[in-house]
Design a protein around this ligand. Structure first.
Ligand code: LLP
Length: 416
């Protein structure tokens, strides 16, 4: 009976309850069909000769997910040398990987050069150093368009006080550095934030980028970043890609005509591709009532999904053990030694101890931001594809907690 009621959660009628039973909780489950659907929505929305979707792998960096996106035709956006290496391991060619770091050392940039990936530079100091050492390597520059956008302050990154990008007002300085070093600017990039609903933000951003792009005569591509909104609340609005796509396409084609060259149009979505594909399955350990609140305490916490605690983000929660039960009001909380509330005052079908809850929209920035706080193991991960489930990361063990720790008994050592 539960199979039928939970059918809507995963494609092909795969029952998340059976997965919870088979692999245990807490468990991240990703639905490949939703990743595919989202990828295809993007590809179909932009009608340009050269479209490149760089998946922002910080959102979910499991190697099997990377492989899956690569097979569909995605390229990769990386922000650290380790992400770039992960991309190569997953089968991306160096030219399919873009490295967009912030505040890294020249040494790490040099390591990226060694890997042969595309380089994106987000400050003038680095552009100058890099241009001095590698004048023959074309680079992209990240501009700061001075646009305030994004779901909350922590994920708004394109405003004037942000640490990201080179101010649009600093282009005269950039041009001097380009001239002095002889480096070629092959791409211009911006990313204003995450969880952005308003299409005007993307359109206005594009206008800013077009203006800047005219100052660089030898470009190959324009990168408009990521940040598309997903519906965290049931029924909430999300980026209407089918509306945005044609509007950007039209302006981009006009721009290319004025510029005199057919450039590639690049995006780097994270959330849009993987957020809705993921659920976090957790088991209810304790039902506890206080004078004000009924708590459902689960076997997970801010160590596994920190978004609700860090950003006050809303994640919809359903009881998959009793999906048609009478709704009651709960605070769903974790087992960590500080307040870690997944959802407060939520109407959820009546919960009993032992029930399994599904926390939705957990595909992006869930597992990739997980930690071992309280020395807890990080969850296992499962990818569901065409009705089959694949374990793509095993649950951690005590060995993982102890790995790299060096046991030194300082008192004993001092005595010797
Ligand atoms: N490009 C750049 C340069 C980025 O910094 C990011 C995200 C993206 C693309 C992808 O953004 P998306 O399409 O996923 O919104 N942990 C936060 C989000 C942080 C985003 C950081 N940069 C959260 O859970 O909301």
């Amino acid at each position: 009976m539960t199979l039928h009621n939970n059918q809507y959660l995963l494609s092909n009628g795969v029952d998340p309850l059976l997965l919870a039973e088979k692999y245990g909780c807490p468990l991240y489950v990703y639905d490949a069909a939703i990743i595919k659907r989202q990828y295809e929505r993007m590809v179909n929305a932009f009608d340009v000769p050269q479209l490149r979707i760089n998946y922002a792998c910080k959102a979910l960096s499991n190697i099997s997910v990377l492989k899956y996106l690569h097979q569909m035709g995605a390229c990769l956006d990386t922000v650290s040398i380790q992400e770039a290496m992960l991309g190569l391991k997953a089968g991306f060619q160096p030219h399919e990987i873009t490295y967009t770091p912030n505040c890294v050392s020249l040494e790490e940039m040099e390591a990226a050069v060694e890997l042969g990936v595309n380089i994106n530079i987000d400050n003038i100091s680095m552009l100058e150093q890099f241009g001095h050492h590698y004048p023959h390597i074309p680079v992209c520059i990240r501009i700061n368009p001075h646009i305030m956008a994004g779901g909350n302050a922590k994920i708004s990154v394109g405003h004037i006080d942000s640490k990201f990008g080179i101010s649009i007002y600093q282009m005269p300085h950039v041009l001097k550095v380009v001239q002095a070093t002889g480096i070629r600017i092959a791409g211009v990039h911006m990313h204003t934030g995450s969880d952005i609903l308003d299409p005007e933000v993307f359109l206005n951003g594009a206008e800013v980028l077009f203006k800047i792009a005219h100052q660089f005569p030898n470009l190959d591509y324009l990168d408009l970043g990521g940040g598309f909104k997903v519906p965290y609340q049931e029924g909430a609005a999300a980026t209407n890609m089918e509306d945005l796509g044609p509007r950007i396409t039209k302006r981009f084609q006009q721009f290319c005509k004025e510029y005199g060259k057919e450039l590639a149009l690049v995006f780097e979505p994270g959330k849009f591709l993987v957020s809705e594909a993921g659920i976090l399955l957790v088991k209810v350990n304790v039902i506890k009532t206080t004078p004000s609140t009924m708590f459902a305490g689960v076997d997970s916490g801010l160590n596994h999904l920190i978004r609700p605690m860090l950003y006050d983000a809303y994640h919809h929660i359903v009881n998959i053990s009793n999906p048609t039960g009478t709704p009651r009001v709960y605070n769903v909380v974790g087992y960590i030694c500080e307040t870690d509330t997944f959802g407060a005052n939520r109407k959820i079908a009546e919960i009993k101890e032992g029930d399994i809850l599904a926390i939705k929209n957990a595909g992006a920035y869930g597992m990739s931001m997980a930690s071992n706080y309280n020395a807890r193991f990080r969850p296992a991960e499962v990818l569901v594809h065409e009705g089959k489930d694949y374990l793509i990361r095993q649950r951690e063990t005590m060995e993982d907690i102890l790995r790299n720790q060096i046991e030194v008994d300082v008192m004993q050592t001092a005595l010797v």
